[in-house]
Write a protein that binds this ligand. Sequence first.
Ligand SMILES: [Zn+2]
Length: 319
Amino acid sequence: MSICRSIIQCLLIISTIMPLIVNGQSTRSGARINTIIVDAGHGGTDQGAKGKYSTEAQITLQLALKLETILRQELQETHIVMTRTTDIYHNVREKADIANQQKGDLFVCIHVNAAPPKKHRELTGYRTRTYYTGKGKKRKKVTKKEPVYRTWTTPSPAKGTSTYVFAADRSDEKAKGIMEERYESESEILDVPDPKSPEAVIKSRLWSQKFFKNSVRLGSLIEEEFVKIGRNSWGVLQRNHMGIWVLQATNMPAVLIETGFITNEEEEEYLNSEAGQQEIVRAIANAVIRYKSQVETPSTVKSGTNASATIANTSSIAQ
Ligand SMILES: [Zn+2]
């Protein structure tokens, strides 16, 4: 009897709490952000995207270390865990394991984007091609004038920031288009366990129910801070391609920030400069600090509508 009663009580409590958790409202009142995991993308044998003179892994490490310094100074009560502090390689599963073992409350993954060169074509003249059609008596000589082109490439002008969150409800059909907007090294994809396995599907659904809203909330704050410093923001993009598998493998809200395009000369300069790096990590730190105070003091939460508005805007880019 007493067991029955406690089960009913439990169910009642769960049914009261669950919709609120799913809605991302802070019934997490009293929820604390005790541990923040900062992940510098790539490293070691996997240098990620390459620019004219620098690599993604170098930049992400410099940014992550600078972010660590600010967060340690300004969130002294919070435990800051780095997935790497040197130029070493971890595959994405190891990164997720570090985050989970350290019981992170937030996973902030720093990356640098790249875009393939732009192809150009110019008509330089015509040449005549001769060929034969038909057989026997019907055999005919045909001459045809064909255009001749000169082709060349120039670096892609793509620039700006975007923050990715994992969204399990997106179908894989868009995978091709998706990969065209985020260019990642193969290791990020090859190291991922089969995302279609039943366990992986369940896990990613759970992640979406529990952590998706808060990930979007943090992502929106990050992009908002980037806009404040004049960056060109692509907004918060919800995706489920393998390149961001690590996000749903962590048992916590998680975002992957593309801090700029290494393939754009101007942005490579900015991403490598002391002033640029300080500006980028200041923006990320501001967002993390704002997020922390929103989650810990639920009454101040106002960003729900902002977050959905951003998603609505950006999802149209994806289609
Ligand atoms: Zn990357």
